[in-house]
Design a protein around this ligand. Structure first.
Ligand SMILES: [Zn+2]
Length: 239
């Protein structure tokens, strides 16, 4: 299973590229996806609930094709599951144990990934990181609660871009798998990206741009630790 935070459909390569960037005016499939993510985050549609393509298409007043595309994307992210006879349903909530394992591995790898990125990031990679951080800052300043699903996707994209810029494809692949699972936590437990996240990203970016590996490592470690604390409360409450 791989992350699908791209907007161009299930067949797209998951690695973020210019063509994958979320357009400012989202497509119909994106709109349906965002609406369903909001329903799942808020638990308006609870875990285990059946989802019918026909029912959702009627509810949103759209055809079945973009509805099915949105469900396929949610399935790839682990938010919904598809069973052979019963069809689509909302996936189970991840457990506290899974959460702790994911963060243990993140805190081992991501500071190193940020330090490597400070040494190896190309000018294009730096510019990509700057674009993502800036887009997050703009959306957060505009309406942080209203853009929560999009901010979660951009946060994941920021970390993926650092892993890609670090120049070790094994680190990139490992973190890619981890981010898919991470994404589920972010989407299920912590609907809002805190304003602090935006500042922490800018600190990490500044250290990478300054070609300062130890500062980048420290900034990333602080961000992961803070993120763990921010989400842990929500996970414990539900566990
Ligand atoms: Zn982050």
């Amino acid at each position: 299973m791989v992350a699908k935070d791209a907007t161009s459909g299930p067949a797209a390569d998951w690695r973020p590229e210019a063509k994958d960037q979320i357009p400012l005016r989202p497509s119909l499939g994106d709109e349906i996806y965002q609406r369903l993510v909001d329903d799942l985050i808020s638990l308006r549609i609870p875990p285990g609930e059946r989802l019918s393509i026909d029912g959702l298409a009627r509810r949103f007043g759209v055809s079945q094709t973009p509805t099915r595309a949105a469900l396929i994307r949610l399935e790839a992210e682990g938010l919904v599951v598809k069973k052979q006879y019963s069809g689509w349903s909302v996936g189970p909530l991840p457990t506290l144990d899974q959460f702790e394992k994911i963060f243990e591995l993140r805190s081992l790898i991501e500071p190193a990934s940020a330090a490597r990125a400070a040494r190896h990031a190309s000018p294009e990679a730096l510019s990509d990181l700057g674009t993502i951080a800036e887009e997050m800052r703009t959306l957060a300043a505009e309406n942080i609660g209203g853009h929560r699903a999009r901010l979660v996707v951009l946060d994941s994209r920021f970390h993926t871009a650092i892993a890609r810029a670090c120049g070790n494809e094994l680190i990139e692949d490992t973190l890619g798998r981890l981010f898919t699972q991470m994404h589920i936590f972010r989407l299920r437990y912590h609907s809002d990206v805190a304003h602090a996240v935006i500042e922490e990203h800018l600190d990490i970016l500044a250290a990478i741009a300054a070609r300062d590996p130890s500062r980048a490592e420290t900034a990333m470690r602080g961000h992961i630790d803070a993120g763990r604390e921010r989400i842990e409360t929500h996970v414990r409450r539900s566990d």
